[in-house]
Design a protein around this ligand. Structure first.
Ligand code: SAM
Length: 280
């Protein structure tokens, strides 16, 4: 017994199913079930919600999510070695856990879930940012999910919540903060994982806003932000020259000094610039 359920401790599970962690799959496992239950609680009240988990591995966070009352968990795992361990969890929680073997970058089973939907994952670091960007840029907003509760390297977590005037501020902060409330809710040292990674980690909780914080066309906003930060040391009048020949007029019209650098420009100002470029 493990404390949160009647299943064996995770070290035994890993031994029994011979799941030696593989670096290529970003496998740094959480084996403390009290910690995984705590991360599951960071996702909010799970009762009455479907949860999508990416990369359940041997199932520590999966067990946390189920023990905390998730109505249903849909988990996508790339490593077939983990499937027998996950099948044991599914048997202990009849009808509440479905596991799909596959690459989360290639399949998106969100449409198979019933709202409210939460996404919760200790993400493989090599695909974490890419998945976050996809979840933040659906064709229609608000998205099908209501919250994202995700583990990242601390440095990536800082880029998500960064404010203007800091080194971490950039495209990821603007993308996340435009359409969500994003905050770091937990810090974890390397020792929390097996094997310990080289860097510290943090859990970020993002709540989808009903509408973007400020109006702007997503494609235009993305274009100005990308151009601004691709050459972040350049003044905006130079960095954004390719976006519009009369960019200085637009910058002046919305009150951004053309000599400013992207790092100093707020989300509200970037949205105003995007609207000006669109003639709004
Ligand atoms: N959730 C488990 C935990 O907290 O102990 C495992 C987390 S481990 C950091 C990342 C997991 O994602 C591994 O089980 C790995 O096999 C899986 N994974 C890696 N790349 C994946 C991908 N593209 N799609 C789905 N799962 C993937």
């Amino acid at each position: 017994m493990s404390g949160i359920d009647n299943l064996p401790p995770l070290r035994e599970v890993i031994r029994a199913h011979d799941i030696a962690p593989k670096k290529a799959l970003g496998q740094n496992f959480l084996l403390d079930l009290n910690l995984t239950a705590k991360i599951a609680r960071m996702a909010g009240d799970l009762r009455g919600s479907d949860v999508m988990e990416v990369g359940p591995g041997p199932g520590g966070l999966t067990r946390g999510l189920l023990a905390e009352g998730a109505r249903r968990v849909l988990a996508i795992e790339k490593d077939p070695r983990c499937l027998p361990a996950l099948a044991e969890i599914a048997a202990a929680y009849p009808g509440r856990l479905e596991v799909i073997e596959g690459d989360a970058l290639a399949i998106n089973p969100l449409a198979h879930l019933t709202p409210p939907i939460k996404i919760c994952a200790n993400l493989p670091y090599n695909v974490g940012t890419e998945l976050l960007v996809r979840w933040l840029t659906p064709d229609i907003w608000p998205p099908v999910w209501s919250t994202l509760t995700l583990m990242f390297q601390r440095e990536v977590a800082e880029r998500i919540v960064a404010q203007p005037g800091t080194k971490a501020y950039g495209r990821l902060a603007l993308l996340a903060q435009w359409r969500t409330d994003a905050k770091i809710v937990m810090d974890l040292g390397p020792e929390a994982f097996t094997p310990p990674p080289k860097v510290s980690s943090a859990v970020v909780h993002l709540t989808a806003l009903p509408a973007p914080r400020f109006p702007a066309n997503p494609a235009t906003l993305n274009r100005v932000v990308a151009a601004g930060f691709n050459q972040r040391r350049k003044m905006l009048r130079a960095a954004l020259r390719g976006v519009a020949p009369n960019i200085e007029d637009h910058l002046n019209a919305v009150g951004i000094p053309p000599t400013e650098r992207a790092e100093q420009v707020s989300l509200e100002q970037f949205c105003a610039l995007a609207r000006s470029l669109d003639g709004q």
